[in-house]
Structure formats: structure tokens, C-alpha cells
Design a protein around this ligand. Structure first.
Ligand code: WT7
Length: 650
């Protein structure tokens, strides 16, 4: 679609928050937003200190922030147990009998856990893990489907000061093995399987393969599907065998504010995923604050974030943010189209979901499935809608507003990253007039800007790099095991500021329009992948001599993976080989990385110095297919230019 149509849709349309909404909202007007933003900007210590003060601390901090670029320490000297803010403090109030978790499995089974019950389960799990040898500082790998035990396991780890590393159930045994090894995890928590589109995801089998030759001593297995799994006596234990009999009493110990809470692997420019490390006090402050402000949470809300706990969105908005706020969380195990394309709408109507947070790629799929599916259900409980993970195209935004939100619910398009820990740029739903496709303005406390390579702020509507100029509590502290790479990647690109890796522009109202990545990261259906990661997987195949991977705009997924492959001498480049290679990538990384298209080439275009000319390949890859409306031609041009001035680009 042409850029002029996009501008009509985006720039000339602004939706003020409905009056009734603003009246009761946490922040009810733009004037209030501006005042709060100014206060946070002028007195960040006072501002963040007040926010953190709403959590449960065992020992108060002596200083809010210690900042020596690139190293931040937040709430210095403070001590807390994160699970106390999420559980114990609610259990001592009326919320004890409030639903903390409403869970629905794909086959249609369900469970509801009150705060009192969730607290008991977490205490039992913490005692069980202790009995299995887990101690403060030990990494625990979690490879579970979306079942209540996933939330219980994460909170139990947090309670013990044992950092977790959750691996998305869609990752392969190989990818799981890499992450377990990199984190040095001692123990893995998994399940006999999980339900996805009517089939069982063989999680335990993947763990067995991932652990060949590894020093992991214990595997705790949740029984979910009652299917047959291989068993290694002495190593494998059933969750119910160790947790059911454990004591419900567990005394939480307070940990330093900077104690590691979790690492989460995400893709960067190189082939090796990075373990993004978050710590306790700052992360929880960010997750708590943003959930409260952006989702305007109230005690009678039922909050549904559809993300898997394997991604940061699941960490911050299925688990830590909502529970720190004492909210009721809805959690669903399976696919959105099982048994039919209206499963999500059925769930919203059935449980009375009030706040719904999902990804543009899902919204575009719903659009394609047809308006009749949401129309069959009563969605009147909804009062607020959210979007996250990739730029949302104006058409999808408008459809979401009309078909799901009945032209009545504000939409919050939230920009953030695994590294930022929590939402950075987003409308405040009672205050900020929205424009379809824009994440609008940074939250109070977040010094986001768009600048050129030398740090000069861009003029209105000039494309540049998205940066954050001041530290914030939930920022990553390091890349696990590679502090150098942390410094270079995030603080080595534009002097003195955090470099997000996204291209963006700010319009004349100061609204941010995020265009996409300027590095070799691609975003496929909201999943972040490195082109080099996919290339490494391809060249590890014996029939491949060389491979180059690029993203091309895709109407449904945002971007689709196109791989250019030169086979080794003697191998025929045919459909059978293409199929074999796609399966190979799937086995190496996971189905999410399977190339959409394999193109065989006798040689790849290279510069004189031997570097693959990715830009050319991107053009070739996008040229042959009709472009989706997700990336305008104009934005593509700006992104290409930015990518060239980005030093990691070849
Ligand atoms: C990248 C981060 C943190 C949420 C899940 C993804 C893209 C994320 C938006 C948005 C435009 C967005 C960016 C970012 N992104 N949200 N609202 N508008 N782009 O986390 O896997 O760490 O990916 O997702 O490119 O850098 P992630």
C-alpha cells in the first residue's frame, strides 16, 4: 500500500479517550500526564522512590540509584523478597480469597487459584525445590506449557533467590540445550507435554535430548497430558510427588535489591542468543508501575495477556506485574483457533475479561479469519485493549478498535523489549489521544528520544535511532556472562545513551512511530530472531555451503524469513532439499524459525571485501511478492538508510 494512504489513516486520525474512561482513570488527562512526566524528569530519585515504596521491602534502600554508565544499581542497600509483594502481602488482606489465577487449558479444563491458594502452592514448591538442592543463586531452567505450575515455579524460584531462565516451549531440544548450558542451570522444570492445536508438545522428550551429556542433576516433571514419557531414575521426579507432600509454610528470606531474578534469552545481531539479566527490586518496580498505569488496573479487572511465559511479555504481564498489583490474571494454554477461530472470544465472554493484551500478528490473523467470529460472542466486559511485539499497522489497529473494542475501548500500543523489562512507550488510556500505528509518548520516568548516530536529536518526522537517555529501574543489568557485549551493544552505539536497535521518528506532537529494527534482528509473528542464528542453523547442514537470511515484509507475520542458500558441490537444489533444510532449521531452533522460503543461488552477492550484500538480498526477497501493508515503502527506505549508518551492519 502506498505511503499516502498510510498517512491519511494514521496522521489525520486521533482518538481521544472516552470521557467515561478518563473520569475514573489512573491518569485522567494529558495535563496530568505532562505534569507527571515533568516531575519524574526533574526528580527521578523521588519519583522512582515513591513507586518502589508501594512494594513490600524488608529493608529500605539508602540510595535510589547508583549510575555509572553502563552500570545501574537501583534501590541500593534495599532488601526484599519479590514473592512477598506478589503474594504474602495480598494474603494478609481481603485479597486472600480473590482469584489470582484463572486458568483454562486447551482441551477446555480449567482451574482457579485464589491468592491464598497460589501462596500455598508457591510455598510448597519452594520447599520442594529446596529439598532437591536448589539454593540462593542457583539457576533453574523452566520449560513448561502455559499451566499454573509455570507461574508457581517462577514465583517459587523468586522466593528462593534462585534465578530462573524460562525457555519457550516452541524452542527445540538444541535451543533448550544451549540455554541450559549458558545459564549453568542445575535443575530443569518441565512437563510430560502441553496441548497445542489438539496435539501434545513433547516437552519432556526435548528435555531428555537436550540433557544428553549434561551435568543437570534433577528434572522435575509436571503431569499435564498423562502420556508416556521416558524416565531416568534418580534424575527425574514428578512435580506432584515432591510438591504435594511439601510443607505449606515457607519463611521468605530477603535478598539484595540487585540480586538476579531471571535471565531470558533473546536474539541479537550475532548467531548466539543473549541471556538478558534482570534483577529483583528494579525489575519489579518497572513491572508493577507499568501494569498499574498502562492497564489502569482496578480490583475488579480480569486481565488477560495472551503472551507465553517463555517471552518477557509473559514474565512482566502474566506473572510479576499483575500479581504485584493484586490483580486477577487469566491464563490460557493453547492455540487461538482450537477448536475454532473464536476460542479467544469465547474465553473473554466466559470469564468476563476486562483488559486484553495481545500481538499485532494475532490481530491480523483474526482479521483474516473473519468478523463473524468475534461477533458471535458477548465482548461487552472488555474496557481496554493492548498491543505489543511489533509495529501495528493502522488497518489492524482500526479493526481491533471496531470489531473487538466496539469503538469504545481505548487501545494501548506498547513499545518495549526484553531488555527494558517493562513497557517504555505507550498511551495512558485515560489521558493520551491515540493515533493508529503510534505507540504515542514515553511513560513518566522514561527519557526516550529519537536521535542521529552522533546523538543529535532528530527534527520532527525525521527518521533516527530510538534511544533512552536516562537509566530506568527495570533495565537489563548485563548479558549473562558477557558484560563486554552488553556495553558494546547497548551503550556503544550512540554515546552516553541506551541504544534500542529500532528505527523511529517522532511527529510534531512528540508521538513515537517505531518502524522496526535497524540491525540483523527480524521480527516474525512477534518472535524476535537473528538472521545469523538462522544462517548458522542452515550452514550446520552437511549439504549447505553458504547461506544468507533476510526478512521480507509479510502481511500476516510482519516479516517472513527468506533464506538464500548455496548448496555444496554435488547436491541438487530441488524442492526436496528445500524441505529438508526448512525441517533442519526447525529442529535446530524451533518451528518459529523455519524459513518461509528457500531460494537456491549458485553464489551470494558480495562486496569486494567478501561481505554478503544483505540489502540487495532484502530487495530481491521483497520484490517478487506483493508487499503487505505492514511496512510502508517510505519507512523501508528510512530503515535501510539507518541500517547503513549502524556499525554492526555489514
Ligand atoms: C522488539 C523487542 C517486549 C515485548 C515483546 C517483544 C519490537 C515491540 C513494539 C511496538 C513497534 C515493537 C521492537 C523491539 N516491538 N513492541 N509496540 N511497536 N515495535 O520483545 O522480543 O525483546 O522484541 O520488538 O522492534 O525492539 P522482544
Amino acid at each position: 500500500m502506498s505511503s499516502s494512504i498510510t498517512s491519511v489513516l494514521t496522521e489525520n486520525r486521533s482518538f481521544p479517550p472516552p470521557k467515561e474512561f478518563s473520569a475514573g482513570a489512573k491518569v485522567g488527562s494529558m495535563a496530568d500526564y505532562e505534569a507527571l512526566y515533568r516531575r519524574a524528569d526533574q526528580d527521578p530519585d523521588g519519583f522512582w522512590g515513591d513507586v518502589a515504596g508501594e512494594l513490600a521491602w524488608e529493608k529500605k534502600w539508602s540510595r535510589v540509584l547508583d549510575w555509572k554508565l553502563p552500570d545501574a544499581r537501583w534501590f541500593v542497600g534495599g532488601a526484599l523478597n519479590l514473592s512477598v509483594s506478589c503474594l504474602d502481602r495480598h494474603v494478609s488482606t481481603w485479597r486472600k480469597n480473590k482469584a489470582a489465577l484463572i486458568w483454562e487449558g486447551e482441551p477446555g479444563d480449567s482451574r482457579v487459584l485464589t491468592y491464598g491458594q497460589l501462596h500455598r502452592e508457591v510455598c510448597k514448591a519452594a520447599n520442594a525445590l529446596t529439598a532437591l538442592g536448589v539454593k540462593q543463586g542457583d539457576f533453574v531452567a523452566i520449560y513448561l506449557p502455559m499451566v499454573p505450575e509455570a507461574v508457581i515455579a517462577m514465583l517459587a524460584c523468586a522466593r528462593l533467590g534462585a534465578p530462573h531462565t524460562v525457555v519457550f516451549g516452541g524452542f527445540s531440544a538444541e535451543a533448550l540445550a544451549d540455554r541450559i548450558k549458558d545459564a549453568g542451570a542445575k535443575i530443569v522444570i518441565t512437563a510430560d507435554g502441553g496441548w497445542r492445536r489438539g496435539a501434545i508438545v513433547p516437552l519432556k522428550d526435548n528435555v531428555d535430548r537436550a540433557l544428553e551429556g549434561s551435568s543437570v542433576q534433577k528434572v522435575v516433571v509436571v503431569k499435564r497430558c498423562a502420556n508416556q514419557v521416558a524416565w531416568r531414575d534418580g534424575r527425574d521426579v514428578w512435580w506432584h510427588d515432591v510438591v504435594d507432600k511439601a510443607s505449606v509454610k515457607h519463611e521468605p528470606k530477603a535478598f539484595d535489591s540487585e540480586h538476579p531474578l531471571f535471565s531470558l534469552y533473546t536474539s541479537g545481531t550475532t548467531g548466539k542468543p543473549k541471556g538478558i539479566l534482570h534483577t529483583t527490586g528494579g525489575y519489579l518496580t518497572g513491572a508493577y508501575y507499568t501494569t498499574k498505569m498502562v492497564f489502569d488496573l482496578r480490583d475488579d479487572d480480569i486481565f488477560w495477556c495472551t503472551a507465553d511465559i517463555g517471552w518477557v511479555t509473559g514474565h512482566s504481564y502474566v506473572v510479576y506485574g499483575p500479581l504485584a498489583n493484586g490483580a486477577t490474571v487469566l491464563m490460557y494454554e493453547g492455540a487461538p483457533n482450537q477448536p475454532g477461530p473464536d476460542r479467544f472470544w469465547d474465553i473473554i465472554a466466559k470469564w468476563g475479561v476486562t483488559v486484553f493484551y495481545t500481538a499485532p500478528t494475532a490481530i491480523r490473523a483474526f482479521m483474516r479469519w473473519g468478523d463473524e467470529w468475534p461477533a458471535k460472542h458477548d465482548l461487552s466486559s472488555l474496557r481496554l485493549l493492548g498491543s505489543v511485539g511489533e509495529p501495528i499497522n493502522p488497518e489492524a489497529w482500526m479493526w481491533y478498535r471496531k470489531q473487538i473494542g466496539a469503538d469504545r475501548c481505548p487501545i494501548v500500543d506498547t513499545w518495549w523489549q526484553t531488555e527494558t523489562g517493562a513497557i517504555m512507550i505507550s498511551p495512558l488510556p485515560g489521558a493520551t489521544p491515540t493515533k493508529p500505528g503510534s505507540a504515542t509518548r514515553p511513560l513518566p520516568g522514561i527519557a526516550a528520544d529519537v536521535v542521529l548516530k552522533d546523538g543529535t536529536p532528530c527534527k520532527a518526522n525525521e527518521g533516527g535511532f530510538l534511544v533512552i537517555k536516562k537509566p530506568w529501574p527495570s533495565m537489563l543489568r548485563t548479558i549473562f556472562g558477557d558484560h563486554d557485549r552488553f556495553q558494546k551493544t547497548y551503550f556503544g552505539e550512540v554515546a552516553g545513551v541506551y541504544f534500542a536497535g529500532d528505527g523511529a521518528r517522532k511527529d510534531e506532537d512528540g508521538y513515537f512511530w517505531v518502524m522496526g529494527r535497524v540491525d540483523d534482528v527480524i521480527n516474525v509473528a512477534g518472535h524476535r530472531l537473528s538472521t545469523m542464528e538462522v544462517e548458522s542453523a542452515l550452514v550446520s547442514h552437511p549439504k549447505v555451503a553458504e547461506a544468507a537470511v533476510v526478512g521480507r515484509p509479510d502481511e500476516l507475520k510482519g516479516q517472513a524469513i527468506v533464506a538464500f542458500v548455496t548448496p555444496r558441490q554435488g547436491f541438487v537444489a530441488d524442492d526436496a532439499l528445500a524441505k529438508e533444510l526448512r525441517e533442519h532449521v526447525s529442529a535446530q531452533i524451533g518451528a518459529l524459525a523455519r524459513p518461509e522460503e528457500i531460494r537456491f543461488a549458485e553464489a551470494l552477492p558480495k562486496t569486494r571485501s567478501g561481505k554478503i550484500m544483505r540489502r540487495l538480498l532484502r530487495e530481491v526477497a521483497s520484490g517478487s511478492k506483493a508487499r503487505g501493508d505492514t511496512t510502508t515503502l517510505e519507512d523501508q527506505g528510512v530503515l535501510e538508510k539507518l541500517a547503513q549508518s549502524f556499525s554492526n551492519e555489514d
